[in-house]
Write a new protein. Structure first.
Length: 315
């Protein structure tokens, strides 16, 4: 992979000429070794924090946990640079202040989106903490790592379940509130894929989405994060990812079959009126939803202008 700036360039990847199966095997092996190495240290620190709870210990250990995760991401960027000949076309991330709190949103098409965001934003803004589906806590090694890093694990209830049990509507919001309360101690970037799931043509049709390239955004988690951290957020970072050749699966990414990635990022001030009420306030959620809808309309038009295509290949 190339150095990241606003000019697309062909990177120098020493191992990009290897056959795709060998490149995928090498990438997966390096990913696994890098993950196991850093997660071992991460688990030791998390265990100390669990045995010695309290705000003072959290203030001491949380920056160390984040530093370990930052090193893990840097290691992933290293093997990606070795094996991937992807051309990166990136604008909007130069000069971002590192200190402070960010609220980050992005369109979601593939598991590769996470690697893209981490690769581009690592050491540019504080560590990204993703909103994750609760089922992902059972992913070997990584699920425990995400727990150690205080990633919010969210339950996803169907509309039918919510109609029968409306009280469950607030379970995700409470989980987000608890996680975001921990983020108040150390500068953090709270990352939310506000569509709630990866884009597919089938989901797009089922939702009757009014957007060409996007699913309908959901304001609940965003409203909860804003309410929990209040004016600590310095800004919202709105990231748009486009795969001009179609959204890749993770396997395709490992094989080096992602010719080009286009990314645009823009900082927005969070309107003060959105920080002044409870996220369980219906009127407050509607205000956040209106703001998010405006951002999503602009993002949809931007994806069209950048040559985006539907994410049919994502697994």
């Amino acid at each position: 992979m190339s150095s990241i700036d606003s000019t697309a360039r062909k990177p120098v990847a020493p191992l990009a000429a290897l056959p795709a199966p060998l490149r995928a095997t090498l990438g997966a092996t390096l990913l696994a070794l890098n993950t196991l190495w850093w997660c071992l240290l991460l688990f030791v620190l998390a265990l100390v924090r669990l045995v010695l709870p309290g705000r003072a210990m959290r203030r001491l250990l949380d920056p160390l946990l984040n530093a370990v995760a930052t090193a893990w991401i840097a290691g992933n960027s290293g093997w990606m640079r070795l094996t991937q000949a992807t051309v990166w076309d990136v604008q909007g991330i130069d000069g971002l202040p590192y200190q402070g709190w960010y609220l980050v949103i992005c369109n979601h098409q593939s598991w590769v989106d996470i690697l893209v965001l981490q690769h581009l934003l690592n050491r540019r803004i504080p560590l990204l903490k993703f909103f994750l589906k609760r089922e992902l806590i059972w992913v070997p090694v990584l699920g425990l790592a995400w727990w150690a890093l205080d990633f919010p694990f969210m339950r996803r209830h169907s509309d039918e379940v919510l109609r029968r049990h409306p009280e469950k509507r607030f379970e995700d919001m409470e989980a987000a509130r608890r996680a975001c309360a921990k983020f108040a101690l150390v500068p953090t970037s709270v990352m939310n894929f506000v569509e709630g799931t990866r884009f597919t043509a089938a989901k797009h049709a089922a939702q009757r989405s009014p957007y060409v390239h996007l699913l309908r955004p959901k304001a609940g988690g965003l409203a909860m994060a804003i309410q929990a951290l209040g004016d600590r957020f310095d800004s919202l970072l709105d990231v748009t990812i486009v795969y001009p050749d179609g959204a890749p699966s993770f396997t395709q990414f490992l094989r080096g079959e992602v010719p080009r990635v286009v990314v645009r990022a823009a900082r927005h001030a969070i309107p003060p009126e959105l920080q002044s009420a409870s996220a369980q306030d219906g009127a407050q959620r509607k205000r956040v939803q209106r703001w998010l809808t405006e951002l999503w309309q602009a993002k949809d038009a931007q994806i069209t202008a950048l040559g985006g295509v539907a994410a049919e290949r994502a697994d």
